[in-house]
Design a protein around this ligand. Structure first.
Ligand code: FAD
Ligand code: SIN
Length: 547
């Protein structure tokens, strides 16, 4: 029987996956797979907005300069120029496709927010629910497109390469991606899906940490799959913490974000006794770049033995606060906090993965036929630290650029799918014991949070390295020994990503951007102004990080 082969297999339905699907569908058949519902993604929860130059008072040069400054001399200037220059065209295309952005009522032009590290107000937003609006409009476009087939509740387990052929090669170099094994979370069946091109748009890995702004789907699946398939992974030591998520006494799977736009609006950070402290850390005070603000909060909390600080907007008119931040206002009220009258308790949480699957300026990885776009990718835009509201822009621009490049790739390359095996059900029928998965998952998350968090040290990283090796081995073993399930697939991915993060953080012997190690507190351009990289050789112990 002739197998169904797609032109474009897109994994993930955030900004990157949805926009890519819409653009690629003009040229071929798209299959869009997503782990949960179409909407569930980091994108859906984005508040602040999309950075793009709009006014005469701003310029591409200034946006480029702000991005390079945040990236701490590790961005690829070509990638940065590309996303900044494409920004206005992307915003207009989104508007054409039905995305709404808030306008300034008096002047009739778009209202632009200012966020940390930006020298100008340039963040397009829709109230404080920009992500929700983007997803609403893009999913409408996707659902109406006859060239796009959508599989929801379908979780990719592993990429198909030569290693899934009957006669696998011994080494992982020069492999091609032929599609994926995907697990249907409803009927629990696994399916082999073939495609001429595969686009990973699976987002970040915030769930590797105990406290994160990311939703439950962000378990680093795409990154782990790409590593196992032999793609180069880069810069995983740079994990961005958002300075302000809502502090609650009970731990939650995902922490609610208090947008940086609240500080752009005039919100001030204060300690529990109501005293401002950011003037002691940076001239931009509460609007300093994110790494500095997160580190300052961490330092104040540790110094004072307190579990949160406060963000205060209560001196502004209530009407103005509610009109600007309706979602934040209502969500805080649910927790019993009236932000028009009281300070908001906040704490930093893991937010954005700056490293990822290494790609070129077209989203191409070093596995043939495999592309990576959005947060899962490391394409040179963010370097050692991401500028606020640049990630949606990055995801959308790279979706656009790579859609052209993938189209060229599939028109020039004939892919030979012969010999790719069906999923081999080597997992036993042994049922999963939830206590084992939750123990391993939580132990890994705690380890990463405490040893590879905002502030690191050689001693902690050394201990982390020893512990993660054992935990990751146990997680992989448990995955192999147990009936296939979402829980064990995620556990294996979290373990693989955590293990890589510890290795990357241990490798970089300086402090730069988001990587701050008290034993190497200075930036060392002579030795370390380089990306760190790893590529699996197929024999895990032999793969080493290099720069
Ligand atoms: P995502 O939007 O995360 O989408 C990933 C998709 O992949 C999801 O659909 C997921 O279900 C799917 N997936 C994952 N694994 C699998 C698998 N194994 N199989 C199938 N599907 C899978 N950035 C900004 O620029 N501006 C902001 O204002 C902003 N605010 C933010 C607020 C919050 C609370 C958070 C968490 C992030 C924010 N960010 C913001 C960052 C930004 O939202 C993300 O970087 C961006 O949305 C990533 O888009 P993406 O398409 O790459 O991934
Ligand atoms: C926010 O609204 O603070 C998030 C912006 C971002 O992560 O870019």
């Amino acid at each position: 029987m002739k197998e169904n082969v797609y032109d474009y297999l897109v994994i993930g339905s955030g900004a990157a996956g949805l926009y890519f699907s819409i653009l690629a569908a003009d040229h071929g058949k798209v299959l869009l797979l997503t782990k949960n519902s179409l909407k569930e993604s980091n994108t859906y929860y984005a508040q602040g907005g999309i950075a793009s130059v709009d006014r005469d008072t701003d310029s591409f040069e200034e946006h480029i300069k702000d991005t390079l400054t945040a990236g701490d001399e590790l961005c690829n200037p070509k990638s940065v120029e590309m996303i900044v220059n494409e920004g206005p065209e992307i915003i207009h295309d989104l508007i054409r496709r039905g995305v709404k952005f808030t306008k300034d009522q008096n002047r009739g032009e778009y209202s632009l927010h200012r966020e940390g590290g930006h020298s100008k107000s340039r963040v397009f937003h829709f109230k404080d629910i920009t992500g929700r609006e983007l997803i609403r409009a893009l999913t409408k476009n996707v659902k109406e497109n006859k060239n796009i087939t959508i599989f929801e509740n379908t979780m990719c387990v592993d990429l198909l390469t030569e290693h899934q052929k009957i006669d696998p090669p011994s080494d992982y170099r020069n492999v091609t991606c032929y599609g994926v094994y995907a697990f249907n979370l409803k009927n629990k069946k696994i399916q082999k899906i073939l495609s001429r091109s595969t686009i990973l748009a699976t987002g970040g890995s915030g769930q590797v940490y105990l406290h994160t702004s990311n939703p439950a789907v962000a378990t680093g699946d795409g990154l782990a799959m790409a590593y196992r398939a032999g793609a180069t992974i880069s810069n995983l030591e740079f994990y961005q913490f958002h300075p302000t998520t809502l502090y609650t006494e009970k731990d939650k799977e995902s922490s609610f974000l208090i947008s940086e736009a609240v500080r752009g609006f005039g919100g001030e950070l204060k300690t529990k006794d109501g005293k401002k402290f950011m003037h002691r850390y940076h001239s931009l005070k509460s609007l300093a770049p994110r790494d500095i603000v997160a580190r300052a909060i961490d330092t104040e909390m540790k110094k004072r033995g307190e579990d949160h600080v406060y963000l205060d907007v209560s001196n502004f008119p209530a009407k103005k606060i509610i009109a600007s931040f309706p979602n934040i206002y209502h969500r805080c009220l649910e927790e019993g906090i009236d932000i028009t009258k009281e300070m908001i308790p906040v704490v930093p949480a893991a937010h954005y993965q700056c490293g990822g699957i290494e790609t070129d300026l077209h989203g191409k990885t070093d596995v043939k036929g495999l592309y990576a776009i959005g947060e899962v990718a490391q394409n040179g835009v963010h370097g050692a630290n991401r500028l606020a509201s640049n990630s949606l822009l990055d995801a959308l621009v790279f979706a656009k650029i790579s859609s052209v490049s993938v189209q060229k790739y599939i028109s020039k390359n004939m892919t030979d799918f012969t010999g790719i095996k069906e999923w081999e059900y080597y997992h036993t029928e042994r049922p999963l014991e939830k206590v084992v998965v939750s123990y391993l998952r939580n132990t890994i998350k705690r380890l990463v949070s405490e040893f590879v968090g905002i502030v690191r040290s050689d001693e902690r990283l050394k201990m982390a390295q020893k512990m993660i090796d054992l935990l990751a081995w146990q997680a992989r073993d448990y995955y192999m020994q147990t009936k296939l399930s979402k829980e064990t697939i995620e556990l294996r991915n979290i373990a693989d990503v955590a293990s890589l993060m510890v290795r990357f953080a241990s490798f970089r012997r300086e402090s730069r951007g988001l990587h701050y190690n008290i034993d190497h507190p200075h930036k060392d351009n002579e030795n370390w102004q380089k990306n760190t990289r790893i590529r699996s050789s197929g024999r895990r112990s032999k793969s080493e990080i290099s720069k």
